[in-house]
Design a protein around this ligand. Structure first.
Ligand SMILES: [Zn+2]
Ligand SMILES: [Zn+2]
Length: 278
């Protein structure tokens, strides 16, 4: 270990699925590698009640983990009719930094399966909308912001989010839309966040969106175990790889890693409860 003249720029992984089985065997090592890479806090994101409870348990076990609690739109079929009571209970925990992930996902609709009735999409979309609305209601009620998942559903999602925009903020995570869409999100007072896709050879459209995003309106995330950045593309992703994402992001923004660290950490501290150093 050398004498450290300059502090290493630090970052947060604002979206990780640490409770997934891919990580179960070596969580202490994964978090130690993150810390060594300067990734000092990780938000573990719930995708249903069980997953949210596991995220809270991880936050209790590891001081550099916080939890988000929610029910992913792709898991809508297993969700209770009214998730609000359960979600309120989870949201009360002192390690809970946000509600989510929640949102809409029209990437695989029931009407798309061979032989399926396309009309099956109508109740499915209605159910996702209802679940999303329940998250937004609880978020507004308990004073937390929302981690928002959106895929192939932009106009419906913005229409459903709009009435809540004054009462909760969203981070449109794994942002892969264009700069015009980013501006609509920012105008609602919300944020976007970028994954390892910004490092992909075929990710130029996302780098263009990042280049257009104001320095104080985005955060960095891995969405691990998915979307490992170059040079780990295709392998299991982990929070330490925010380092590679930050290096590409600084280049795209034309700023130093220190500036990027200051901006993205301040943005995340303003968005996630309990994240700011005490
Ligand atoms: Zn997502
Ligand atoms: Zn996710």
């Amino acid at each position: 270990m050398g004498f450290i003249l300059f502090p290493m720029p630090v970052f947060y992984d604002t979206h990780a699925h640490l409770d997934y089985p891919e990580f179960a065997e070596e969580l202490p090592q994964i978090l130690a590698r993150a810390d060594a890479a300067g990734i000092v806090k990780v938000i573990s994101i719930g995708t249903d009640f069980e997953s949210s409870r596991r995220a809270i348990a991880l936050a209790e076990r590891f001081p550099n983990v916080l939890a988000a609690v929610g029910w992913h739109p792709s898991n809508v079929a297993e969700a209770p009719a009214d998730i609000r009571p359960g979600l309120r209970d989870l949201a009360r925990h002192p390690s809970v930094a946000a509600i989510g992930e929640t949102g809409l996902d029209y990437h695989r609709l029931p009407g798309m399966s061979p032989g399926a009735d396309p009309a099956a999409d109508v109740p499915y979309k209605a159910r996702q909308a209802e679940l999303f609305r329940q998250h937004l209601e609880v978020a507004a009620e308990v004073g937390l912001n929302c981690v928002i998942h959106q895929r192939d559903c932009l106009e419906d999602l913005l229409a459903q989010f709009q009435p809540f925009a004054g009462r909760t903020r969203g981070v449109f995570h794994c942002f892969a839309n264009d700069a015009g869409t980013m501006r609509r999100v920012v105008e609602l007072g919300s944020l976007v966040s970028f994954t390892g896709i910004v490092t992909f050879k075929n990710g130029q459209n996302i780098r263009d969106t990042l280049a257009a995003t104001p320095l104080d309106r985005f955060m960095l995330e891995t969405d691990c175990p998915y979307l490992a950045p170059v040079p780990y593309r295709g392998k299991r992703c982990e929070p330490a790889y925010v380092k590679e994402i930050s290096e590409t992001a600084a280049r795209v923004k034309g700023c130093s890693l220190e500036e990027l660290s200051r901006a993205t950490c301040a943005t995340a501290e303003g968005f996630f409860k309990h994240l700011a150093p005490a």
